[in-house]
Design a protein around this ligand. Structure first.
Ligand code: NSP
Length: 231
């Protein structure tokens, strides 16, 4: 399917490009979801955004565990260092944004931690964790990639396209240099890990379709996650 847009997506590496290409429609539905477009033009109701943030705070706790599992599943020190840098970025950088915005709205950290995890939230993080528990490092990275790179792509696009919107803080977090560097570093980690294990033509190897499936499934779970704002 040919989806036309003026936006040129940032370069997050070859493997990410191949995974994204094989699921263009779900990828578009994830990165151009009405929730995202509502942040872009400022029409997203604040209550929906706060519902989403409450769930996302819980999401990031479990997602950090999944990246910590990547430290365990890594094959060498460089992979361990890259995965542990992402654990740190999630726990100390991204979660801080949620706490800051919620505190500004009178929602305390204790309230965030006491929130009930929605089934779609549980389904996503447990899917990723299971991909890592029953698979190898590459299975886990394929399931982890849509979360990092998808938000990076959304942030970069909205930084370019958004007008006056109360969601600028969110857009600048994901479109900004720190998160964009995290996306590029994650892309480089994935490319290296794939070349080391599958060689220069990974898409011709038997395990490739399983990696594509993990990437597509995680992308579908991201689409469902935006719906949590309406809950
Ligand atoms: C559901 C979801 N997906 C991705 C991200 C970006 N790490 C996030 N905060 N939440």
């Amino acid at each position: 399917m040919n989806i036309r847009t003026n936006f040129i997506a940032p370069d997050y590496g070859r493997s990410f490009d191949l995974w994204r290409e094989q699921c263009l429609t779900p990828w578009h539905d994830y990165t151009h979801h009405p929730f995202v477009e509502g942040m872009k033009d400022g029409t997203l109701p604040r209550a929906a955004f706060l519902n989403y943030l409450r769930q996302d705070y819980l999401f990031l706790i479990h997602f950090s565990r999944a990246w910590a599992l990547a430290v365990v599943k890594a094959g060498n020190l460089a992979e361990m260092q890259a995965a542990s840098a992402t654990v740190h970025a999630l726990l100390h950088f991204e979660m801080a944004l949620h706490v800051e915005i919620c505190e500004g709205e009178g929602i305390t950290r204790a309230e965030l931690e006491a929130a009930e995890e929605a089934p779609a939230n549980m389904a996503y993080t447990r899917y990723v964790l299971e991909a890592g528990f029953s698979g190898d490092f590459l299975d886990l990275l394929a399931a982890l990639a849509p979360c990092i790179m998808g938000y990076g792509e959304i942030g970069a696009r909205l930084l370019q396209e958004a007008g006056d919107t109360p969601y600028r803080n969110w857009i600048e977090t994901y479109g900004g240099n720190e998160f964009q560097k995290l996306c590029r570093d994650t892309g480089a980690l994935i490319d290296r890990a794939i070349t080391d294990r599958l060689g220069p033509e990974p898409d011709t190897r038997p395990g490739w379709s399983r990696l594509c499936r993990h990437f597509t499934n995680a992308t579908r779970l991201e689409i469902g996650f935006w719906g949590l704002g309406q809950a």
